[in-house]
Design a protein around this ligand. Structure first.
Ligand code: PEP
Ligand code: MN
Length: 406
């Protein structure tokens, strides 16, 4: 495969892709920063285009094949890691601890399911965050992830800085080296949210192995579109259509069965099993009502998607002492509801998407022994959403194991 350099596109296939990429990126895009110095941003983009790859298409093809087996009900997908990676946490202890937790969870699940578990880390690129508000409670521009600005509470720190994209790329390369060293010859794939388009449009290959030429991202094996950027006429969806990587879409409780089928048609035009993962994040109190008609309609379309449960993002709340948190029992209940729905409809509850860390943080409530609201301040360290700690993650894996044996 050859690298895609839009500015130097010479053959017709590359010129067509360059035109389609421009058209995709010209569509409305939510959640993008306004770089204060557009000239500097353009310089950064030119450098990123030729930057080293984090992953290579051959590895992505291996993941695609494994995800096809998940879609067919012959494997289970476990995806997890930090809500937001930070530059400060591109360290061997942190990344190894997160990988260890993912591995331990996978072992528990594989034993129970009697199926291989495909592991995908939220790692080596999970820098950009969508936000519900533009300003924080102090009236400062919100933190949008280390790839855009700094979490520090000053106007200067919160001003978007395009040079951070180069730092993010360098940190992703370091993180990926650590991942590869931690799993020699192994099988951990990496993923992040397809959010910051100025970053995602870089480090691409031309993939001619598809029914029509596509672009293979060199920034992650798997990319997903978030709940806040999945509009049908938007740039994120149009960009994902151009990729040959397997992709996901988060679907919240507002998604209708018709809309879900539209995502499937757009992102899986050739009926490739596992090309698309629908990541439901409905909330524990909604999943049993909202998910069934979606599963039925998508199933009737004949496309073989992966059904993955994100039990975190529909169950976020603020504790009385002011921390963004989630309760272990509600997380577990959303997964139970997800399994109930798929068991009833005869579809494969194919995977789990979780925010977890191998560290002993105090960010989510509950578990055994139960963390209480008073415990939250002790080691509340996340840069964005609350993660299950190592013990809670393993407890959750055992509960899911019971459901898989179910
Ligand atoms: C996330 O996965 O961190 C996230 C922001 O999820 P969602 O788009 O589902 O809210
Ligand atoms: Mn999150």
């Amino acid at each position: 495969m050859r690298r895609f350099l839009p500015a130097a596109a010479s053959c017709p296939a590359d010129r067509t892709l360059a035109r389609r990429l421009d058209a995709a990126l010209a569509r409305p895009a939510a959640q993008q920063p306004h770089w204060p110095d557009p000239a500097r941003a353009r310089t950064v983009l030119r450098r990123l285009d030729r930057a080293d790859p984090i992953v290579v298409p051959e590895e992505t093809a291996v993941l695609s094949a494994r995800l096809a087996s998940v879609a067919r009900g012959e494997a289970f997908l476990l995806q997890g890691g930090d809500c937001a990676e930070t530059f400060a946490d591109t360290t061997e202890p942190h990344l190894r601890a997160n990988l260890r937790t993912l591995n331990e969870m996978a072992e528990v699940l594989a034993g129970a399911a009697g199926l291989p578990v495909v592991k995908v880390a939220r790692m080596a690129g999970q820098w950009a965050k969508p936000r519900s508000r533009v300003l924080d409670p102090h009236g400062l521009p919100v933190y949008r992830g280390d790839i855009v600005n700094s979490a520090q509470a000053t106007t200067a720190a919160r001003t978007p800085d395009p040079d951070r994209m180069l730092r993010a790329h360098a940190h992703a390369a370091r993180a990926m080296d650590i991942v590869r060293a931690a799993a020699p010859g192994g099988d951990v794939h990496v993923s992040h949210e397809l959010l910051l388009l100025d970053y995602e449009r870089s480090v691409l290959w031309v993939d001619t192995g598809c029914p029509e030429p596509r672009l293979s991202s060199g920034l992650a094996h798997f990319l997903w579109i978030g709940e806040r950027t999945r509009r049908l006429d938007g740039a994120h969806l149009a960009f994902a259509e151009l990729l040959s990587n397997p992709v996901g879409v988060k679907i919240g409780p507002g998604v209708t069965p018709e809309l879900a089928v539209e995502y499937v048609r757009r992102l899986d035009p050739h009926g490739t099993p596992g090309r698309l993962t629908l990541v439901s994040r409905m909330g524990h109190d909604r999943v049993r009502d909202v998910l069934p008609p979606i599963v039925e309609k998508v199933n009737a379309s004949g496309h073989e998607v992966i059904w993955q449960c994100d039990p975190m993002h529909g169950n976020t709340r603020t504790s009385r002492n002011g921390y963004k948190t989630r309760h272990f029992d509600q997380v577990a209940d959303e997964i139970a509801g997800f399994f109930e729905v798929h068991r009833r409809l005869g579809t494969h509850p194919g995977g789990l998407h979780v925010e977890v860390t191998g560290e002993d943080v105090t960010e989510c409530l509950g578990g055994t022994p139960a963390l209480t609201e008073a415990d939250l301040p002790a080691r509340y360290r996340t840069a964005c959403d609350p993660r299950l700690n190592a013990a809670q993650s393993l407890q959750l894996a055992h509960l899911v194991a019971d459901l898989l044996r179910g």
